[in-house]
Write a protein that binds this ligand. Sequence first.
Ligand SMILES: N=c1c2ncn([C@@H]3O[C@H](COP(=O)(O)OP(=O)(O)OP(=O)(O)O)[C@@H](O)[C@H]3O)c2ncn1[C@@H]1O[C@H](COP(=O)(O)O)[C@@H](O)[C@H]1O
Length: 107
Amino acid sequence: MADFSLAELEQIIHQRAHSGDPDSWTAKLFAKGMDKAAQKLGEEAVETVIAAIRGDRQALVSESADLLYHWLVVLGIAGIPLDDVLKELEGRTGRSGIAEKASRPRG
Ligand SMILES: N=c1c2ncn([C@@H]3O[C@H](COP(=O)(O)OP(=O)(O)OP(=O)(O)O)[C@@H](O)[C@H]3O)c2ncn1[C@@H]1O[C@H](COP(=O)(O)O)[C@@H](O)[C@H]1O
């Protein structure tokens, strides 16, 4: 088990976001705003999909890390705490995905 959590990465991102450090990728993304950060998230998602389809285990691990980092940056720019997503997931536990989908309002 890794001695590192997404909550810790969220904290690091929060600290780096407005650090003004010219060498900080996080600060750069926050300065550029949601469009650029969301675009990077999309690129990392596609690279993750490609690694998965190719069956490239090492690339899948590496691209997944890029994906989670950029996902947390996007959440940070949107002002959504990681905890909100974890609570959403917690609320879904014990319920099958198919039953959850069937309960969604149509339209
Ligand atoms: N986990 C990450 C992390 N993952 C990826 N990246 C950066 O994301 C950027 C984009 O990655 P790409 O490979 O897509 O780079 P690219 O320039 O678009 O290259 P191409 O895909 O176009 O070839 C790179 O600069 C990566 O270094 C990250 N940058 C920062 N972190 C974490 O955030 C902390 C603070 O970082 P800074 O804000 O940069 O100080 C770090 O200590 C890490 O814990």
